[in-house]
Design a protein around this ligand. Structure first.
Ligand SMILES: Cc1ncc(COP(=O)(O)O)c(C=O)c1O
Length: 402
């Protein structure tokens, strides 16, 4: 994607994220090739679409054929409705306090029911309103977060199914380690399948049965059922490539390996050099003086810091791309600014484009690598990109937009 020139940009500080929706749609098309025609897609757009911008991602995903959207909270669902989204939306999180529940009817949002108490609270409201509500019941097959336990699944499902105010249209579970632990994943899938089959034997005929996140959908066809819930893969992140360990600058980075799947990263995070200076050897930099120049150095300052979601943990271990080359972060990342050592570039001026996550020329810094350098995971890095960093969306009808 060509970067907007400063005259075209709807923001004043040069630190922005570019979101390439055509890539997201190609990722969804690829995901579809891995599914049977009977399996639909629930696009997971929670946490502001993993930092990409929930509304734009939701619209692109629906246009590419997703049937459902998944959010984490009422607020996220309401924001999509207010943005004009009419498709079914499932709230994947647990709703509390129960006083918020009437908003489900108002905005036509489907809740996850993770307990009998929640089901009964919804049933009372449904009866008052004389309007049934579609729900998905979550079974905890071994994640240990929310959901009806496997041991009580069948008895609880029977009681929920008997509640006249609820339309039990979905049954689902979430996998704890689909990217890394086949034995445990199979145990979870088997336990869930037994519940589904036993419940179907009791004449439950709900339409939606789901278990697969990104890592599962590519590896466990038995996890597909009638709906899959990709997040990461839709955003072009490899769901099960080994995480590279952070390397000190100057050593060869651990190879990421050939990407296992033909997925394209959707997000590029960019900034520009705003200040350049020459420093002699022996000069310390930034808070805590954790870096001292060992040679005559050229140090550039970029306007991004931990308040933008650029991890503080990248202090002295991060890398950025300038002129298609890797350049090290030197000293501590500060709240709004970070220093990089551009001595080896020979020539680097104010205004030079800097890629924090993404591709520049032949060089690439994936979200997976940047996250690993910060000692975290790509989900955390992407969701953490702050609200104050504008998202420039392209790819749907072209042009730049909010
Ligand atoms: C319930 C649920 N389903 C699906 C997903 C999507 O997972 P992934 O991004 O690994 O595809 C998530 C993500 O956190 C989730 O919580």
């Amino acid at each position: 994607m060509a970067s907007p020139s400063s005259g075209q940009r709807p923001f004043l500080r040069p630190c922005w994220v570019e979101v390439h929706l055509a890539a997201l749609q190609r990722n969804l098309h690829y995901i579809k090739t891995r599914l049977s025609p009977h399996t639909a897609i629930l696009a997971v757009v929670k946490a502001n679409g993993y930092g990409h911008g929930a509304l734009a991602v939701a619209q692109a995903a629906l246009q590419a054929g997703a049937h459902f959207l998944g959010v984490s909270s009422l607020e996220e669902g309401i924001a999509l409705r207010e943005g004009g989204v009419t498709a079914p939306i499932l709230i994947l999180g647990s709703l509390y306090p129960y006083e918020v529940l009437p908003l489900l009817w108002k905005h036509r949002l489907s809740p996850t029911v993770a307990s009998l108490a929640m089901a009964e609270a919804l049933n009372r409201l449904s009866q008052e309103r004389r309007q049934r509500i579609p729900v998905h019941v979550k079974i905890d097959s071994g994640f240990g977060r929310i959901g009806v336990s496997i041991a009580h699944a069948l008895s609880t499902l029977r009681r929920i199914h008997a509640l006249p105010g609820l339309k039990l249209e979905g049954l689902y579970t979430h996998l704890a380690a689909a990217e890394s632990d086949p034995a445990y994943t199979r145990e979870q899938l088997t336990a869930f399948a037994q519940v589904v089959q036993a419940f179907q034997a009791l004449r439950w005929a709900g339409r939606w049965i789901h278990a697969a996140n990104s890592a599962a959908l590519f590896q466990y066809p038995e996890s597909h059922w009638t709906l899959v819930r990709p997040g990461l893969a839709m955003y072009g992140i490899q769901p099960f490539v080994g995480r590279p360990t952070p390397e000190p600058f100057g050593t060869t980075p651990e190879p990421l390996g050939t990407p296992a799947l033909p997925l394209e990263p959707v997000l590029t995070w960019k900034t520009q050099v705003v200040f350049v200076k020459q420093l002699p050897a022996g000069n310390s930099l930034s808070y805590g003086r954790s870096f001292t120049t060992t040679r005559q150095s050229r140090i550039a300052t970029i306007p991004v810091g931990y308040a933008d979601g650029y991890p503080w943990q990248l202090s002295n271990v991060g890398q950025v791309l300038i002129q298609g080359r890797r350049v090290p972060v030197v000293g501590r990342v500060t709240m709004d600014m970070t220093m990089v050592d551009v001595t080896d570039l020979g020539h680097c001026e104010v205004g030079e484009e800097v890629v924090l996550v993404g591709t520049q020329g032949a060089e690439r810094l994936t979200a997976e690598e940047v996250a690993a350098r910060a000692g975290t995971i790509s989900y955390d890095l992407l969701c953490g990109i702050a609200h104050r960093v504008p998202r420039l969306v392209t790819g749907m009808g072209g042009g730049l937009g909010g």
